[in-house]
Ligand binder design. Structure first.
Ligand SMILES: C[S@@+](CC[C@H](N)C(=O)[O-])C[C@H]1O[C@@H](n2cnc3c(N)ncnc32)[C@H](O)[C@@H]1O
Length: 207
């Protein structure tokens, strides 16, 4: 049974998928491309990449799928439909990635762009451990984590109820190290969302 907080996220993105993309395209200074390039410069062509919280598959899944064998996971059925249409060459799974069972050692990289701040924060430690297990030895993990000390927030966001949760950076870093990741890069980056400045903690880790 899906956690009710996660169900809010699934229903929310079903409703706001297009609004979210329009909102995201108004962000100024999003560092996702720079971090993605850093990751992909370390991967062989044709490598296996798992994307958690792939949303509608643009632009990241699409770019990744041009070079790698990509599996995208999202809990919102409408987002997965959009992603399948936008990136037919990738494989997609509609599932809660905190409860996903995957073959150990089966991906060269796991990426998650802005999806872990929708996860109840007490699940992050277990999720990081699972991600590490899904990676090949030396495999890479890249993500952008929330930075506020928020156990749980539910409210209206972009026109639908949404759930957010996150730890401060010092806790995120500790949990990643405890899960066994070597942190190659760990930086809090500020950029401008349409409503004002936002901080995310970008991580590039290695199994
Ligand atoms: C803020 S959107 C980001 C979408 C895309 N990665 C991007 O950067 O544009 C977060 C996405 O993560 C998905 N998501 C959040 N929690 C999830 C979970 N537990 N399992 C699967 N998908 C989840 C949501 O459905 C949503 O599509």
């Amino acid at each position: 049974m899906t956690d009710p907080r996660t169900q809010v996220v699934a229903d929310g993105y079903d409703t706001i998928g297009e609004t979210f993309v329009a909102w995201r395209d108004r962000i100024v200074g999003d560092p996702r491309r720079e971090w993605e390039d850093e990751l992909t410069s370390r991967l062989p062509d044709g490598g296996r990449v798992l994307e958690l919280g792939c949303g509608a598959g643009v632009p990241d899944t699409q770019r990744l799928a041009a070079r790698f064998r990509v599996t995208g996971v999202d809990i919102s059925p409408r987002q997965v439909e959009r992603a399948r249409a936008a990136v037919p060459e990738a494989e997609f799974v509609c599932a809660d990635f905190t409860a996903l069972e995957l073959e150990p050692g089966s991906f060269d990289a796991v990426v998650a762009f802005y999806s872990f701040n929708n996860v109840p924060r007490e699940l992050l430690a277990g999720l990081f451990a699972r991600i590490r297990a899904w990676l090949t030895p030396g495999g890479l993990f890249m993500t952008a984590l929330g930075t506020s000390d928020t156990e749980g927030w539910v409210g209206e966001w972009l026109g639908a109820p949404m759930f957010f949760s996150s730890f401060p950076p010092v806790t995120n870093t500790r949990l990643l190290r405890e899960a066994g990741f070597e942190l190659l890069r760990d930086a809090v980056v500020t950029f401008e969302e349409p409503e004002g400045p936002a901080n995310f903690q970008w991580i590039l880790g290695r199994r």
